[in-house]
Design a binder for this molecule. Sequence first.
Ligand code: GTP
Length: 319
Amino acid sequence: MAVAILLVGGFGTRLMPLTKNTPKPMLTVAGIPVTEHQIAMAKAAGITEIVLATSYLSEVFIPYFGDGSKWGMKIKYAVEKEPLGTGGGIRNAAQLLDSDQSVVILNGDVLSSHNLAEQIRQHESHDADVTLHLTQVEDARAFGCVPTDSNGRVTAFLEKMENPVTNQINAGCYVFNPRVITAIPLDTVVSVERETFPHLVASGAKVFGYVEKAYWLDIGTPRALLKASIDIVKRSGEFLAMPGAGIDPTAVITGGSCIGSNSSVGAGAVIDGSIIEAGCVIGPNAKISDSFVATGTEIKNNVKITSSFATNNEILPIP
Ligand code: GTP
């Protein structure tokens, strides 16, 4: 058995202005927050206890997830007054876990369908200090890469480079032995990626890679956020309407769009490849494509929006 910490405290600057009032992990993908997808993933791997490591807009999480019982989970909240980085956030959150079980860490902005239960199993059978999920990408130049030896041990954490030595990259899901977390200093800004992991490898600790190339996407950019939602919706149809969504029969909704709960779509509206969050009003004959319409936004009749973020205050092109 393992417990989990979800890192959800970042500023999400690349997704501004969507992250002005909503932390990145609470943005919806296929009708539910990214964090909710991750909770389902953790649950499927047998995890029942989770701490959300929050900081920026921490107050947004509790009203939605409560004590977790709705998901059959026990959810607690750690709050960093000032963001402590990924390592400091893990150390702070771990104080709410009084167990000696393996601790799964999920970056709050990654959707992955890899076999987490198998990652945990391998971690425990190696008695590893840390086991990182590594995925393989076509072009690793945009990422730091993580080479492993023939036994699966990580040999280095390499910065971005023109000629990467491997196409394996850190996929943002780790299993930690709790002793490694205790060694991170309290109330100190620490990055696991830049400090803890390289230090562990340099000091000969048992850092393993769990290599699995399953569906994986970092939703940290606007394009990726839309792609994630479209990918998931398209698994089961052309569009997804959440409970309470009211769609006029003459509206045309395509391309893996999602219509959030209690949103309405007027007559003749055309929506393609877009996320319409909860409680939006899309006026008759509006045309929305490749766009993200934030919770509670009203789009007037006949308005045309392409490749944009829309809130009630502004419509900005997606870079
Ligand atoms: P950008 O500002 O757009 O890069 O996004 P970000 O602030 O979320 O940073 P990044 O994508 O590097 O963060 C990866 C994950 O770690 C995200 O799920 C963040 O929410 C989380 N995270 C980043 N910094 C902190 C922190 O200081 N504390 C906590 N608790 N989580 C963090």
